[in-house]
Write a protein that binds this ligand. Sequence first.
Ligand code: COD
Length: 322
Amino acid sequence: METLDFRDIQPLRDMNNLLEMARLVAQIKGPKKVAVAAAEEAHVIQAVNEARMEGLIHPVLFGNPDRVRRIAVELGIKAQGLDIRPAKNPPEAAELATQLVSGGEADILMKGMVQSSDFLRAALNRDWGLRAGKLLSHVLIYEAAGFDRLFMMSDGAMNINPDLKAKIQIVENAVTMAHILGVAEPKVALLAAVEMVNPDMDTAVEDAIIAKMADRGQIKGAVIDGPLALDNAVSEEAARIKKIKSPVAGKADILIVDNIDVGNVFYKSLIYFAHVRAAGIIMGAKAPMILTSRADPEEVKFMSLATAVIAAERMQYVRAGG
Ligand code: COD
């Protein structure tokens, strides 16, 4: 089988670029196997089928077989071609899907009609979960009009109120995702409401600590600064007006928020007000995990599958010593 040398990869600039990369990975290495936990949901089946028809993935659908088949038929999908495996209820589907991945028989875990917390607890199970000795965190990848790069934002979906140590690992997981997408040394902005260190704002003080740790080489593979407000993190004009001297100001690739509420509102604002194309992946586990919410557009689920295909390949490449 041909090899894919990730050192040759140029930074992926938009979602079309990302999809082309996923197609290339699948063309060279074959489709990735995706274990779907509680697949009885139309958007999930549609996205999974689209990715299957593109040759990106081979899905294994855990859930109520009759319901999965019925939804597939309603969507005009031939149910005979689908690998459907029975599960009594959504938590059992999460358990079986997780075990397929942790047992090495699937490359990617995807959430369907199961509560996020049940899905995540299955992945965190000490005996048969996907822990890899690191914090698991969610990374949103999105494109935005007028910018020549993909953005990453974390964590708006998994870690509720991360402390300093957790925030550092959230940064590291997002940096790993940037490397996977070809950004060799991403610029990370630790977001706050201010760009000056206000001692009354605990999280801004934490940002300053993380930035200093990065200066001292304690966090590698990225240029990190904070606190920075969103405007001066992504707009060079805003940074110039506010006279901020920082290698990250105006050039950020990665935006780190303080807690799940900020990140979740950020994400949903992008989707509902700006209609951006986005994908979401949980990083830090043994394999990429897709945690999209039930109301997410089908395209977010499809693009998350495309991103997970690239991430799974890259993780296997690193594990093989690449
Ligand atoms: N990474 C690695 N290990 C973790 C993580 C993590 N992010 N979170 C918890 N753990 C480990 C802990 O170290 C501990 O060993 C064990 O898991 C249990 O820890 P608790 O008691 O803090 O965790 P839980 O089970 O109460 O909660 C973990 C969840 C991930 C379920 C929880 O944080 C959660 O509900 N997050 C929000 C998910 C959500 O609703 N998202 C909505 C948007 S889709």
